[in-house]
Each structure stands twice: as structure tokens, then as C-alpha cells.
Design a protein around this ligand. Structure first.
Ligand code: 13P
Length: 245
């Protein structure tokens, strides 16, 4: 999946069908294979029951396989609910739940062992961006969560923290450059197969076309603008126009 809706902590049972109907009115259902949705855990079953074209994902998993870990959800459990992928290491989890690189690495392994595609999020805070130290920062995030892993298939979402939910989208040419650097680091340093590299941070139907046009951008991870089915559909159409048109 290349264009992914991250609903974060939004959505109730009835919302999904309504969202899907609006999405189908706006975008061509035949192209939905490239789309993904990561709803809250509580809606995974609901999404699975009502359609199978859009890939289904969770927003997190435990770094442990099972056991007495109150409040956690395992890779096997999301697989059982029909998940195809999982978003890992999102900056909101790193910040609010002090998620470490070690824990993220274990989660990547857990996901991979259960045949769930990991979408690893990395991205720099504003002060690093301003100090022009983004490359070093991303390198150390990648080192921390990919070092020592073997033969892992994954996607990476580059999400500069300062761009998330701020309306302050990164410049398309900068995104392209960072993506090519991330690709280069991954192929040089780690035993991973990077399936897609996607951008996240204030993507909407107005700015997505120019982002999708960049050579090293394979898709997008979208928060706020993905909550409305029409809006997500318009972003998907911008993607389809460039990649299927
Ligand atoms: P926004 O699209 O709301 O900026 O969120 C981006 C994001 O965090 C997706 O994971």
C-alpha cells in the first residue's frame, strides 16, 4: 500500500462505512489496491468485514509476542483481525509513550514474523531541521531500529515532526532529496528490502500532486486529511493520475 490513511485516535463503528462510501464516490474502486487504512484497533474487524480491497493496518503492536502485558495488542492478534501492515515508530508514540529504537526494532521483527508489513516512521524535530542535521538524525534512527535485522521487507514513512498536523508541509524537492538519502542508507547499511518510501506531514488534496510527482516518493501517510472519505479520495486520485494515468 502506498497511500495510507492513519486515523490515529479517531473513528467509531458507523464512521467507517460512511467514509468508504464517500471514498468510492470520489475515487475509482478498481485502483484501491494501492490504498491502506490504519484505523484504531477497535475498528479493524469492522473494516475487514465491509471490504477487502484497501489494505488494512494497525497503528502499533506490542514488542512482545504474548503474555501478561495488560493493555497491549500483539502482532498475532492484528493478523487475526485481518491486518496486512502495521505503522511502527510513529513520532506520536515515540514522544508520548517514550518508545525506544530497541522496542521499535523488536516490533519490526514481531510484525515480520507474522507476515505483517512494517511501515517504519522516521522524522526529525524542528530544531534538528533548522540546524540542518536531518540526515544525521535520520541515520541514527535507522541504525537504532534496523541494525542487526536480517532479510526484512518493509516500507519507510518519512514524517518530519514539524510538518505533522501543522499545515507546514515540507518542500517537495526536499522530500525527494531526503527520500533518496534514506534509500541510499538502507541499501548500503542494512539487510532490508525497502518496498516503498512514503511521505507524511500535512499532506492534503491541494499539495499531494506535487509531492507524488517526485521521483523518490512512492506514496503518502496521511492523518487529518484522511478522515474524510472524499478528501482521502481526492488525494488518492492525485496519486492514481501520476502512477496509473
Ligand atoms: P497529518 O496528515 O495530520 O499532518 O498527520 C501526518 C501523520 O502523522 C500521519 O501518520
Amino acid at each position: 500500500m502506498k497511500v495510507i490513511a492513519n486515523w490515529k485516535m479517531h473513528g467509531f463503528k458507523d464512521d467507517y462505512l460512511h467514509w468508504y462510501k464517500n471514498l468510492s464516490k470520489t475515487a475509482d474502486e478498481n485502483l484501491f489496491d494501492d490504498l491502506g487504512i490504519a484505523p484504531p484497533f477497535t475498528l479493524l474487524d469492522e473494516c475487514k468485514i465491509h471490504q477487502s480491497k484497501i489494505k488494512l493496518g494497525a497503528q502499533n503492536i506490542s514488542h512482545l509476542p504474548e503474555g501478561p502485558v495488560t493493555g497491549e495488542i500483539s502482532a498475532a492478534m492484528i493478523k487475526n483481525s485481518g491486518a496486512d501492515f502495521v505503522i511502527l515508530g510513529h513520532s506520536e508514540r515515540r514522544e508520548l509513550h517514550t518508545e525506544t529504537e530497541e522496542a521499535i526494532k523488536s516490533k519490526i521483527l514481531e510484525a515480520s514474523n507474522h507476515n505483517i508489513h512494517p511501515v517504519l516512521c522516521i522524522g526529525e524535530p524542528k530544531e534538528i531541521y533548522v540546524a540542518k542535521k536531518t540526515e544525521d538524525f535520520l541515520y541514527s534512527q535507522l541504525q537504532g531500529s534496523l541494525n542487526d535485522l536480517n532479510n526484512i521487507n518493509l516500507s519507510i514513512a518519512y514524517e518530519p515532526i514539524w510538518a505533522i498536523g501543522t499545515g507546514d508541509v515540507a518542500k517537495p524537492s526536499d522530500i525527494n532529496k531526503i527520500h533518496s538519502i534514506i534509500k541510499e542508507i538502507c541499501s548500503r547499511e542494512f539487510d532490508v528490502k525497502l518496498e516503498n518510501i512514503i511521505y507524511g506531514g500535512s499532506v492534503n488534496d491541494q499539495n499531494s500532486k506535487e509531492i507524488f510527482e517526485q521521483e523518490h516518493v512512492n506514496g503518502a501517510l496521511i492523518g487529518g486529511a484522511s478522515l474524510d472519505g472524499h478528501s482521502f479520495g481526492r488525494i488518492a486520485n492525485n496519486f492514481f493520475e501520476i502512477h496509473n494515468g
